[in-house]
Design a protein around this ligand. Structure first.
Ligand SMILES: Nc1ncnc2c1ncn2[C@@H]1O[C@H](COP(=O)(O)OP(=O)(O)O)[C@@H](O)[C@H]1O
Ligand SMILES: O=P(O)(O)OC[C@H]1O[C@](O)(COP(=O)(O)O)[C@@H](O)[C@@H]1O
Length: 305
């Protein structure tokens, strides 16, 4: 079973603003809102690809209730710990450029944290645990590391998609999959990554640190994937970009769905890129038929290293 963990979920409130005026009154158009947060997005895409998962994490208040109701309506299994503070709302402004304002997240108490950790004790070596997104402000930077240590004996397959200090703290841990984008990879090694060659160089270092499958997504420049001394490079399929929020999460979900379907690594990677791009080409997350159509259009170059 795949468990996704979203410690800091959100409602993603998407609004178009033709010309954003900093410090002025802006009138938005075309509003929409979706349940968000990286693990939740992974679970939503997995459900669309007919792969079961359970979404774990913290939800609270009217915003948390909206998230749970929407997920339930979509057929996503959830087992959130309910907290007394309200889940955040993240603002995504669409204009000439995409601007995002992500809130700090709800207050989480010690008891709520303990309740969440106790849930993880049921996981086994047959399970995946996707640790995705930022940590709410009250949890320490090494909270993901604490989870990994707690689960070490059980050999749960750990998937990591996070950034900043939370990512740095995990280097050297035996992870099943890590999927930073190239900015997050650069942040990890204190460099700015501006080319695919540079991304490959640092991706190898991440792979060598004990990550079995490393995917580096590079937005419209495609993605690279390293596994078992093989380098896979994909270009993105052609399409009109509408909303890239959740594209990286869709990449993670597409890859796991591919593995669950029994695909070879190269095809799991193709489904990952197709899912990321299908989400970039739609307002909300991608639909199954779009991911499967794009899957046929993703070419992958394979070399040994
Ligand atoms: N402009 C784009 N055109 C086509 N596909 C895109 C575009 N931006 C993102 N994607 C797809 O989504 C994936 C993840 O995007 P990226 O922006 O790298 O991740 P994140 O959302 O984690 O920052 C890419 O590998 C690609 O498949
Ligand atoms: O936890 P963070 O880093 O603030 O990110 C949360 C945001 O990331 C998202 O999960 C989207 O992530 P990606 O665009 O990286 O796939 C949004 O749904 C959410 O608003």
């Amino acid at each position: 079973m795949i468990f996704t963990c979203t410690l800091n979920p959100s409602i993603d409130y998407i609004l178009s603003v033709a010309e954003f005026q900093y410090g002025g009154l802006n009138r938005g158009t075309d509003p929409s809102y979706f349940p968000g947060g990286k693990g939740i997005n992974v679970s939503r895409i997995l459900t669309r690809l007919n792969i079961p998962s359970t979404a774990l994490g913290f939800t609270g208040g009217f915003t948390g209730a909206f998230i749970e109701q929407t997920l339930q309506d979509e057929g996503v299994d959830t087992d959130f710990v309910h907290v007394s503070d309200a889940t955040r709302i993240n603002l995504k402004l669409k204009g000439a450029k995409e601007t995002e304002i992500n809130g700090p997240g709800a207050t989480i108490t010690k008891e709520e944290t303990e309740h969440f950790l106790d849930q993880l004790d049921h996981l086994t070596c047959d399970d995946y645990l996707v640790l995705a997104g930022s940590l709410p402000q009250d949890l320490p930077d090494d909270f993901y590391l604490q989870i990994v240590k707690r689960l070490r004996e059980k050999s749960v397959k750990l998937v990591l998609d996070t950034s900043s200090e939370a990512l740095k703290k995990m280097v050297g841990e035996p992870l099943f999959l890590a999927k930073p984008n190239h900015h997050e990879l650069g942040e990890l090694f204190d460099v700015e990554i501006t080319s695919k060659q540079q991304a490959i160089h640092y991706a190898k270092q991440l792979h060598d640190s004990g990550v079995k499958h490393v995917i580096i997504s590079m937005g419209g420049d495609g993605a690279i994937y390293l596994h078992n001394h093989t380098l896979y490079q994909a270009q993105v399929p052609k399409g009109t970009v509408i909303n890239t929020v959740g594209a990286g999460d869709s990449t993670v979900a597409g890859f796991l769905a591919g593995l669950e379907r029994g695909y070879k690594p190269v095809d799991a990677f193709r489904l990952a890129v197709a899912s990321g791009s299908a989400t970039a080409f739609t307002k909300d997350l991608a639909e199954k038929k779009d991911m499967e159509t794009l899957f046929e259009l993703v070419d992958v170059e394979v070399t040994d290293f």
